[in-house]
Structures are given as C-alpha cells and as structure tokens.
Design a protein around this ligand. Structure first.
Ligand code: HEC
Length: 137
C-alpha cells in the first residue's frame, strides 16, 4: 500500500526537479546570447568588455599593482561573486562612472585617452542596470 502512495509522490518530485532544472538551463542560455567571453574569461557583452578592458582593467584586475583598486573591485574575480555582491559592485560602478570618479582624475590627466565618453558611460550604466534587473527575475 505504501508503495502505491509513494510512487506518484516520487514521480511528482522528479517532475518538479526536472522542471526547475530546465528553467535554470533556459536562463543560462539567455545569458549566453547576450554575453561574450572577454579575453580574460569573464562574461561581459562585447561593447562593455572593450570599455572595461581599456578604461578600468589597468587597475581593477589581479595583475594590477594598485592594491586599493583591486581590493574594491577585481574583474578577474567577477565570476566568483554571488548576485548580492555583484549587485553591490554594479551599483558602485554606476555611481562612480556617472559622477566621473572613475577612472580617477589623476590617471586621466596622465592618459587623456582613458577618459570615458558620454556614450561609453551610457553603455556601462545600461549594462549594469540590465544585469541587476536580470537578477530580480
Ligand atoms: C588608475 C587606476 C584606476 C582605474 C583605471 C580605474 N579605477 Fe576604479 N578605483 C581605483 C582605486 C585606487 C579605487 C579605490 C578608491 C578608494 O578606495 O578610495 C577604485 C575604486 C573603484 C570602485 C569602488 C568605489 C567604492 O566606492 O567603493 C569602483 C566601483 C570602481 N573603482 C570602478 C571603476 C571603473 C568602472 C573603472 C573604469 C571605467 C575604473 N574604476 C577605473 C583605481 C582605478
């Protein structure tokens, strides 16, 4: 008698398990469509990856000598951050980029070509906001 009750329950549990699995796969493939693997192995859309690489990754990567910068934000560790931490960093990126605090003024004085254009700021902000929205789904 027990078996008769147990079997539909197990079948149902299996169904829920499979359904959640395919749901996860679905969201992963949506991500894959909108992102590319940057040369450093991190997943960012191509236009964003290019901006980060040229304008941010002199400091915000493991190989940087700027300890303060990489302690606050290290793009090489991006994949290891959970959604909450990523959201925190993305909010910081939006703020610092919009206020033109990043890249730092001193650095831009030395390397004027590193200054972000309004369009590049817009690209970064849109990406950050879109990524944060995708976490809420
Ligand atoms: C010349 C090196 C350098 C470059 C290039 C640079 N940063 Fe930074 N960044 C720093 C340093 C240093 C800090 C730490 C500042 C502090 O602790 O006061 C920092 C901190 C940050 C923070 C954390 C701010 C906070 O309040 O905690 C964010 C976010 C950030 N940078 C984003 C960026 C982005 C995005 C770019 C590219 C558009 C960029 N940075 C380019 C040196 C750099």
């Amino acid at each position: 008698m027990k078996k008769v009750i147990l079997t539909p329950f197990l079948a149902f549990a299996l169904l829920v398990f499979l359904a959640s699995f395919s749901y996860q796969n679905q969201s992963a493939s949506i991500n894959n469509e909108t992102t590319i693997i940057s040369p450093d192995g991190d997943q960012f859309p191509e236009d964003v990856a290019k901006i980060l690489k040229v304008h941010c990754m002199d400091c915000h990567v493991t190989a940087s000598k700027n300890d303060k910068a990489k302690k606050k934000l290290n793009f090489d560790n991006w994949d290891k951050l959970n959604m909450l931490k990523k959201t925190g960093k993305l909010n910081d990126i939006v703020e610092t980029v919009k206020d033109r605090e990043m890249p730092p003024e001193k650095y831009i004085n030395h390397y004027p070509e590193k200054k972000l254009s309004d369009e590049q700021i817009n690209t970064l902000v849109k990406w950050a906001e879109k990524t944060m929205d995708s976490f809420k789904e």
